[in-house]
Ligand binder design. Structure first.
Ligand SMILES: NC(=O)c1ccc[n+]([C@@H]2O[C@H](COP(=O)([O-])OP(=O)(O)OC[C@H]3O[C@@H](n4cnc5c(N)ncnc54)[C@H](OP(=O)(O)O)[C@@H]3O)[C@@H](O)[C@H]2O)c1
Length: 292
């Protein structure tokens, strides 16, 4: 079967689509024929930086596909599933035609979307949900989300609105402001200098930009980015955890129409290098998908 692997760290040129042996599911695992995955920043960072599992390694965290064999009684051949696999820690990459994962990582795929689009949900959605939980929002509180039209930010804006929060957005460029408003943000800024001082009960930083001047006294500052936290009391990082209960909740929100995914580009896995180049260039509105 085909898989996207790296033998060394570097630019998109180190990505290789090669044939490797098919995985055999162990007890409690499910073998999935992958329909699609998506690109997340962790994928290019694992490719480019000296991080991640021993090489050669198969990359990829997101997965949407169909069960083709199962060693877990909870699944049947043909079931449509999604999953997030913490590849950097476990080495279980999802960019392969067949992937075997522990059943406890899987959730039903949304029924209202094609599997190709559902692949945009797992990592970004789980990260947004868990980071918002860490922000401990109360009803009516004011929240600022930075990187608000990015993969995580776009879902976080929508999820935060469902909690009753008043959500404002910081985006990277003026032409992205309208997309943030469409997601449910009340105001959208593109310059940190314009943000109201001491205004927000909570800030969720997905862009690695210091907006702590806009945080109210005793506010909560949660960051998912790699950049150092600003020196504000209680500022904390949120790191995404594999969690099928969260994924199932996200699936339900998609199927009730309460959560929307935006897709910027689809690429065949054979064009994985181009997909990385486009993604790293930035400026996209929506996720980059890879189809198998
Ligand atoms: N801690 C965790 O568990 C975890 C989980 C998931 C992701 N992450 C990290 O979180 C970050 C965001 O992930 P993602 O998937 O949302 O990435 P993404 O899809 O690339 O989105 C990032 C967004 O931030 C915008 N941005 C960049 N600089 C900005 C600035 N100065 N002001 C406002 N917006 C700015 C980008 O705009 P442009 O495209 O125009 O640059 C883009 O819209 C990445 O660093 C990723 O590695 C961490």
């Amino acid at each position: 079967m085909r898989a996207v692997q790296i033998d060394r760290h570097g630019g998109p040129e180190v990505l290789t689509v090669r044939h490797i042996p098919e995985p055999v599911p162990a007890e409690g695992e499910v073998l999935i024929a992958v329909t699609a995955s998506s690109l997340n920043p962790v994928d290019w960072k694992t490719r480019a930086w000296e991080v991640g599992p021993p090489l050669p390694a198969t990359l990829g965290w997101d997965l949407a596909g169909r069960v083709v064999a199962t060693e877990d009684p909870g699944y049947q051949v043909g079931d449509e599933v999604i999953a997030m696999s913490a590849q950097i820690a476990t080495g279980r990459g999802t960019w392969a035609e067949l992937v075997s994962l522990p059943a406890h990582l899987l959730a039903p795929a949304p029924t209202s979307l094609p599997l190709t689009e559902a692949a945009a949900l797992p990592l970004a959605g789980t990260t947004a949900l868990q980071a918002l939980r860490a922000a401990e929002l109360g009803p009516g509180e004011r929240l600022l989300i930075t990187g608000a039209v990015g993969g995580v930010g776009a879902l976080a804006v929508q999820l935060a609105r469902h909690t009753g929060a008043q959500v404002d957005a910081l985006v990277s460029r003026p032409e992205h402001r309208s997309a943030a408003l469409e997601l449910g943000a009340e105001r959208a800024w593109h310059r940190t200098a314009d943000l109201p001082t001491g205004h927000y009960h909570a800030i969720l930083d997905t862009a690695g930009v210091d907006t702590s001047n806009a945080l109210a006294r005793n506010g909560r500052y949660v960051s998912i980015s790699d950049t150092p936290l600003p020196a504000v009391p209680g500022a904390r990082k949120s790191y995404v955890q594999e969690n099928a209960t969260d994924l199932t909740h996200l699936t339900e929100l998609i199927d009730t129409g309460d959560l929307r995914l935006r897709i910027a580009e689809h690429h065949s896995v054979t064009h994985i290098r181009t997909a990385h180049e486009h993604f790293e260039a930035g400026g996209l509105l929506g996720k980059v998908l890879i189809t198998f």
